[in-house]
Design a binder for this molecule. Structure first.
Ligand code: CUA
Length: 354
């Protein structure tokens, strides 16, 4: 009964803290969804203990306070001051020792959970995660594939994230990597590699968020994680490995390519078209993405064209300049060109959201 009540309390607290209004269309995130990962189950178990002790302390303190207030209240029949006493050594020792024991128990449980969650899994897929102002880069080390802002993972396979930030020189701001309802956060520190592991257990699209204040668009520094079947992942990763852009035949796309090479290629990489620079998002698989602006807006022509034209107006602090003089026709051509780059036959837009 107590356990169930506590679970509800934790769930309500979680919902209140994690509700993401607006973008998610009113849907709520369960930050300790027990079906998403073993990580969440461990943290949930720990929270039950902490909430249990918190409830115990609350009941004892409020109970004692109520008792004292009632028992020693002024009755109006007093004839003199009450007896003056120095205190009670026994009581003071008790109320020092019991909380100390509680803190030690919580410390022990927390340390146990930390060691359990920190066990490296042999054979885990390694993904390098790099935080930049204000977007995320994901590099599949084992496959030589780079994909910015959206992470595709196979269900049931352990992943080891090796998390770092910027290049340790010009972009040295600390971020923190968190897949909100799947696994806890790890700081992305320039020049330092931290790690965290998780095995995704449920197919779906997950929200990711930077959780370390890092500048004007910290709150807008998001990403998405697409957990798919092993078969779909294999198709994605094989397609991504083999991907080579070819010059488009369609005149709009050809115009898009020409403009991309003039305006975008110095900063952004597209495999087979441009090298770009590491401090800017890779656009090779843009056509497979479901979001624009690092997890912020749905990847529709409307948002993509607005973004190309005026990204600093949409997201404060982005490094990309606005292109106010670019014609609508040219913007549409670039957008269409970006969308033409993708691994064919995959659609990540209809996954359940967690
Ligand atoms: Cu990056 Cu907050």
């Amino acid at each position: 009964m107590l356990q169930r009540g506590l679970s509800w309390l934790i769930l309500l607290l979680g919902l209140a803290l994690a509700a993401e209004p607006g973008q998610a269309g009113g849907h709520v995130l369960n930050i300790i969804d027990p079906e998403a990962s073993a990580f969440n189950r461990e943290v949930r178990g720990l929270l039950v203990w902490v909430m249990g002790f918190a409830a115990l302390v609350f009941v004892v303190v409020i109970g004692a306070l109520t008792y004292v207030v009632i028992k020693f209240r002024r009755t109006g029949k007093e004839t003199s001051e009450p007896e003056q006493i120095h205190g009670n050594d026994r009581l003071e020792v008790i109320w020092t020792v019991i909380p100390t024991i509680i803190v030690l128990i919580i410390f022990g449980l927390t340390a146990r959970s930390m060691f359990r969650l920190d066990q490296p899994t042999p054979g885990a897929m390694v993904v390098e995660v790099r935080g930049w102002q204000f977007w995320w880069d994901f590099i599949y080390r084992d496959y030589g594939v780079r994909n910015s802002n959206e992470l595709v993972l196979p269900v049931g396979r352990p992943v080891r994230f090796e998390v770092t930030g910027g290049d340790g020189q010009n972009y040295d701001v600390i971020h923190s990597f968190r897949i909100t309802s799947m696994v806890g956060a790890r700081d992305a520190i320039p020049g330092v590699v931290t790690h965290i592991e998780v095995t995704p257990e449920k197919i779906g699209t997950y929200y990711g968020q930077c959780v370390e204040l890092c500048g004007a668009s910290h709150a807008n520094m998001r990403f998405r994680v697409k957990v798919v079947s092993q078969e779909e992942f294999d198709r994605w990763i094989e397609g991504a490995k083999a991907y080579q852009a070819t010059p488009p035949a369609d005149p709009v796309l050809a115009r898009g390519e020409e403009l991309f090479k003039q305006q975008c290629a110095a900063c952004h990489a597209i495999k087979g078209v441009s090298q770009g620079l590491p401090q800017n998002p890779d656009l090779t698989f843009f056509g497979n993405r479901t979001t624009v602006g690092a997890g912020m807006w749905p990847n529709t022509p409307e948002f993509l064209e607005r973004w190309i034209k005026n990204s600093p107006g949409m997201k404060p602090g982005v490094k990309m300049p606005a292109y106010p003089t670019m014609s609508d026709e040219d913007v549409k051509a670039i957008a269409a060109y970006l969308m033409s780059h993708k691994v064919e036959g995959l659609d990540f837009s209809n996954l359940d959201r967690f």
